[in-house]
Write a protein that binds this ligand. Structure first.
Ligand code: NAD
Length: 368
């Protein structure tokens, strides 16, 4: 394996980098514990064949910022098992259990699910070492994708930011890119606030209806895996046209870097809530800021999932999850906007500054 180290190390972290190898089980994995000033580090276990140390370092820093922004008593970490997530269930179990045994002594790291792993994998980890978040319901888990924890937080963020963007959420029009765990729940919860879904896409195509798409019917339509384009209540359009939809709020909830300097000028919305991770390039965020389009960055708006995992890890209930998400994401969205305005910063810069100030304060309470 080639290890590509890029820009690693500042006064925040990483605190620990581990390379795990167990040839008999075919395991190669990386663990990066970025910062533990706020508490033990919580972060997902990704399984993919092409994971690099650079990627795991960046993701672990993102978790440090996200957990601190959400005011959780947890630091940030991430790990990556270098393997094909489509391997057999037996092979996956062997890899995950071996991985878990090798991090048994790393008690400051609490693993959770991420791309390529799920609740079943976390049950294997818990069985091996007694600690994991994102467990099946029967083991005290709160299924975050089923309850729509992240999508709910995205809706809370949209509601909190609307007036600053000059929008009244009731009656506003919104578009969602990606109709998976984050996108469909964001649509459902924003719809409940009285907003009208006018366009939506998935990996196969896009549809629109300026009079409003029936969100519940669309969710039902997608249940058996049907693409949004075959939904009878909308007119098909080219996926690239979604950016230019006539709407007030635009929600990326699919892939990274979908808003770039090449398409961001088409955006008509006044508010962009980052449901997906890093959906806009740095330049695109600057261009939007110049045009007065308000952006709420990913690690503020999409923290619902990790807040859910933290509540679960502390033995909390489903109703506590929604209350905690509501409170934390509303407060953080408003604080980000206030700092951004006061200090004339991009919302992302303001949010990073807010997180770093919390982490640095927490670091002053820790021994070396
Ligand atoms: P998912 O796999 O459940 O859904 C992804 C959706 O995006 C699917 O509908 C898919 O068809 C669609 N899609 C894929 N490529 C697309 C494209 N090019 N154009 C339009 N649609 C496309 O994934 P998810 O859990 O909803 O995650 C979406 C994003 O949110 C990812 O960036 C993920 O890292 C981030 N995120 C997820 C959570 C969570 O709790 N699930 C938490 C934080 C961040």
């Amino acid at each position: 394996m080639e290890i590509k180290i890029h820009n690693i190390g500042d006064n925040i972290g990483p605190g620990k980098i581990l390379l795990l190898r167990q040839p008999q089980a075919g395991l190669e994995a990386l663990v990066v514990v970025d910062n533990m000033a706020c508490g033990p580090a919580i972060g997902g276990v990704r399984m993919a064949p092409d994971i690099t140390l650079d990627e795991v370092c960046r993701l672990s820093r993102a978790m440090t910022l996200k957990n601190a922004a959400a005011g959780l008593p947890y630091g940030g970490a991430k790990s990556g098992i270098i393997a094909d997530p489509a391997c057999s269930r037996e092979q996956k179990e062997k890899l995950v259990r071996t991985f878990a045994r090798m991090i048994r002594e790393l008690t400051e790291y609490i693993p959770g699910p991420d791309m390529g792993t799920n609740e079943e994998c976390m049950a294997w980890v818990k069985d091996e070492i007694g600690r994991a978040a994102g467990l099946p319901r029967v083991l005290g888990g709160i299924p975050l994708d089923e309850i729509g924890a992240t999508g709910f937080g995205v809706a809370v963020s949209a509601e909190a930011a609307a007036s600053e963007a000059g929008i009244s959420i009731k009656g506003s029009k919104f578009a969602v890119q990606g109709f998976g765990a984050v996108g469909r729940h964001a649509a459902k919860f924003i719809g409940k606030l009285g907003a009208i879904l006018v366009a939506v896409s998935d990996s196969k195509g896009a549809i629109q209806n300026q009079d409003g798409l029936d969100i519940d019917a669309l969710i039902n339509h997608k249940k058996d895996g049907s693409p949004v384009q075959t939904f009878p209540g909308g007119q098909a359009m080219d996926s690239d046209e979604l950016v230019g939809t006539e709407c007030d709020i635009w929600i990326p909830a699919a892939r990274p870097d979908v808003l770039t300097e090449n398409n961001v000028d088409q955006l008509k919305a006044r508010l962009v809530i980052h449901g997906a991770n890093i959906p806009a390039t740095e330049t695109a965020e600057q261009l939007m800021h110049k045009r007065g389009i308000l952006n709420i960055p990913d690690f503020i708006a999409n923290a619902g999932g990790v807040i859910c995992a933290a509540v679960e890890f502390n033995g909390g209930t489903e109703s506590q999850v929604m209350k905690t998400i509501e409170e934390k994401i509303r407060t953080n969205t408003l604080e980000t906007l206030e700092r951004s305005k006061k200090e004339n910063l991009l919302p992302r810069e303001a949010a990073v500054k807010m997180s770093l100030s919390r982490i640095k304060e927490a670091m002053t309470y820790r021994g070396t």
